[in-house]
Ligand binder design. Structure first.
Ligand SMILES: O=C(O)CCCC[C@@H]1SC[C@@H]2NC(=O)N[C@@H]21
Length: 249
């Protein structure tokens, strides 16, 4: 069991609309990074405007930061957070087998979606005033397959896949400790080591995948993630670099 990381605050709420909303409300008053956890969310959101379903016993948390740097660099914390999530899963289960990262930042377990991340920021000019990293982990229960769109990875829970019951607050401590380690690495050495570590845990690297946006679909071999965090596919028309999309297998 890890120690709570120094320099990071924590607040635990019984109920809130969304920990991302709470992050927006308190960001200006914070002196340092703060984790907000909620046992229940009444209006949780996922990526691309989707609703996030949070059965009881699952983790819902948001980390609020005031990062230095321009927006593109700040957004790379999506990879920092997904690596931390991966490590927290290893800490609580004692094994990395079956775990993988799906671009841009989902954590998969046995091929199903165990956890998702949603980054939101408020900005001024090219900078970012605060960054909120919202994280949902299906610890106890996963929403039914009907809660996700056709073709999406099926949701799974840690309990159903491993038989392990992990309390949200205990998981949050592992997550916060892992995040603090990767954040320190990112601040000292930049994106390169984070990128390498992420690629070493990537799902479907070298395989044909589909990247979809609201207006386009690209099919190609998953070559790499570049130095800006873009998904790089080798397609019939050459190399394509994709900054934002949903990936389908
Ligand atoms: O679509 C995804 O995969 C991202 C899901 C992010 C869910 C988390 S739960 C805590 C935080 N609060 C929210 O309203 N959403 C994020």
């Amino acid at each position: 069991m890890s120690e709570w990381p120094q320099g990071y605050g924590k607040r635990v709420l019984d109920e809130v609309d969304s920990t991302l909303n709470e992050a927006n409300r308190i960001a200006a008053s914070l002196a340092g990074p703060e984790w907000i956890m909620a046992r229940r969310q009444t209006a949780a959101r996922g990526r691309r405007g989707r609703t996030w379903v949070q059965p009881a016993g699952n983790l819902a948390a948001t980390l609020v930061l005031r990062p230095v740097g321009e927006a593109g660099q700040v957004a790379l914390r999506s990879f920092v957070a997904s690596l931390a999530l991966f490590d927290a899963c290893v800490s609580v289960t004692g094994r990395a087998e079956g775990l993988a990262l799906k671009w841009p930042n989902d954590v998969l377990l046995n091929g199903g979606k165990l956890a998702g991340i949603l980054l939101e920021s408020s900005g001024h000019g090219t900078g970012v005033a605060h960054l909120a990293i919202g994280i949902g982990v299906n610890l106890a229960d996963a929403p039914g397959a009907d809660a996700v769109e056709p073709g999406a990875v099926r949701p799974v829970s840690l309990l159903s896949e491993t038989g392990l019951r992990v309390e949200p607050e205990m998981f949050l401590t592992e997550l916060a400790a892992a995040y603090a380690r990767y954040e320190a690495q990112f601040e000292t050495y930049g994106f390169a080591p984070i990128r390498s570590a992420w690629l070493a845990r990537a799902a479907r690297l070298g395989e044909v995948i589909t990247a979809r946006t609201a207006t386009s679909e690209t099919v190609g071999t998953f070559e790499t993630v570049d130095a800006d965090g873009n998904l790089v596919l080798h397609t019939a028309h050459g190399r394509v670099s994709i900054p934002a999309a949903d990936v389908y297998y």
